[in-house]
Design a protein around this ligand. Sequence first.
Ligand code: KG4
Ligand code: ZN
Length: 343
Amino acid sequence: MKILGIETSCDDTGVGIVNTDTQHILAHQVYTQSSEHADYGGVVPEIASRAHQKHLPQLVKQALAEANLSFDELDGIAATTGPGLLGGLLVGSHFAKSLSLATNKPFIGVNHLEAHALTAVLTEKSITFPYLLLLVSGGHCQFIQVNNFGDYQTLGGTLDDAVGECFDKSAKLLGLGYPGGPLVEKHAQAGNPQKFALPIPLNDGSVNFSFSGLKTAVRNCVQKIDTMNEATMADLCASLQHTIARTLLTKTKVALTQSRAKNLVLAGGVAANKLIRSELEQLCTSQNIGFYAPPINLCTDNGVMIAFAGGLHFQAYGATPLADSCKPRWPLDTLNTNKKAAA
Ligand code: KG4
Ligand code: ZN
């Protein structure tokens, strides 16, 4: 089956086409809106919705051209229907539903978290269920036990900010710009990670996170600094990155013990961070656990993962009714119940 997938839940407009039988990616088109949100230091929902609307038609055309396919040759049109920013979800899913009506192809609504959770099955041919997923992005920070397709268990997650949000908001405090993660990583290269003693948040042995306090700790440090020069900036960025990496490492140790998983998958935009990647990989190696991180351009939001999850969903449960609405909140665990009921 050849499925077209549309992703518009946050600030990346993604369109992908996947052959779900052969597990081949036929097209991968993304428009990243970072520059449109940069002045505001974070994602502005209304700007995101309008940008999705503006760029989707061209991206779909480009994806079909890249795959060398016409609409007639597609078997389904999938779109993210939650969780995420409602405006963007409505733009993407209505666009997909219109295409579905116009081309007489089935529409498939996809849970964004399920799509992230299954990307490793597409990209890492050697991976087997079950595995533990650590999803770390601007909007998500959670551990998900992926037992099988349609069988997920959220082990823990953030009680407030996502980890990417902590990078972004701290970078904004430091006047570095948006998105903050790559800028903090760049400045951290020349810094001393021990210079500022930042607390490991919610260091309570649980697998939940809390990053809002860490952001406040960064602000307190900034307020105490008389003049911020390049060296101090580097030290503060290195200390922040080190603390976040330590936090993820500490929590992952507990989650691995709890889940008894033999494989760990790291996904989401923050998975691009070299220190975080290497520390988690070392932890897995030392515990004889497989470590997988899909390529960065498939860890961040994209249409390929929506197409792939959409194809699996269609095979198992058929098309999604066009009358189904979007869900800004849609925890993964609720999918298990829905699927059991549908079976
Ligand atoms: O997955 P993503 O593209 O979008 C969603 O938020 O869903 O993730 C974006 C997040 C931003 O918060 C960004 O600052 C962070 O990922 N990020 C990084 C790095 N690259 C992107 N954080 C730390 N280090 C990086 N190199
Ligand atoms: Zn995402």
